[in-house]
Design a protein around this ligand. Structure first.
Ligand SMILES: [Zn+2]
Length: 236
């Protein structure tokens, strides 16, 4: 046993101490080994074609508002299968409704409102004590009759999973903040979407898997002739 006197200066304080240490406990300082560079694996890219059918039923989000929720709707439109039909409704200024995206039965995705603008999809609503969910959310409409028997198609789930994955990655939206309209509306007896047969497990598990394994890149899809394409004109 050898006596050792240690003097340490720490944060301007002088600390004096004497103690005994076993021989060999002091090792020459060695430089920390260089960390081995580990290449971040590049995830394969999956593309999602999105066509535009812009709605005039939009306005600005409140200044400084972060987009941190996604609201899933269905359209409650028996007999309708195409996103463009719903886009026609959103394209009518008198309808006073819109959503950021519509996904038709064939999985076709239309964007009606740019993400940074406020779409009019949630109506009077509250989520976790916060009113006006339109302010901070993105609205996605799935074309469906809302009978509980009209199936959400495989193509719709596929496009919804890809679109959600891209939005979550783009805006940093937590998965638990992907919610149904029925959960946030002030009129839950009237607004029952998405319908009971919407498979939340399939949807959320699909998004988790996609986030882990792939990166989704949106690509512009051609707008078929006859589709409504209107300039965005925010409400005065
Ligand atoms: Zn809704």
């Amino acid at each position: 046993m050898h006596p050792t006197i240690a003097i340490a200066f720490t944060a301007g304080l002088c600390v004096f101490g004497a103690s005994y240490f076993a021989p060999g406990i002091f090792q020459p300082l060695k430089a920390a080994p260089e960390p081995t560079p580990t290449a971040t694996p590049v995830k394969p890219v999956v593309t999602l074609p999105i066509a535009e059918a812009l709605s005039p039923n939009v306005d600005a989000r409140p200044v400084g508002t972060l987009i941190d929720a996604i609201v899933i709707h269905d359209t409650e439109t028996p007999g309708i299968s195409e996103a463009r039909t719903i886009a026609n409704h959103f394209g009518n200024p008198r309808s006073q409704v819109s959503a950021h995206y519509i996904i038709g039965k064939r999985g076709e995705v239309l964007q009606c409102v740019p993400d940074d603008l406020r779409a009019w999809h949630a109506g009077p609503s509250k989520y976790q004590g916060r009113e006006k969910v339109n302010d901070f959310s993105i609205g996605i409409e799935l074309v469906n009759a809302q009978t509980g028997r009209d199936p959400f198609t495989d193509a719709q789930y596929q496009s919804l999973i890809l679109l959600t994955t891209e939005l979550v990655a783009r805006h940093g939206i937590p998965l638990e903040r992907i919610i149904g309209h029925r959960e946030i509306t002030n009129f839950p007896k009237i607004k029952r979407d998405p319908a009971d047969n919407f498979d939340w497990n399939r949807y959320k598990m699909g998004v988790r898997l996609m986030l882990d394994t792939k990166q989704v890149q949106r690509v512009p899809a051609p707008t078929p002739s006859g589709w409504p394409v209107r300039a965005v004109s925010p409400k005065p």
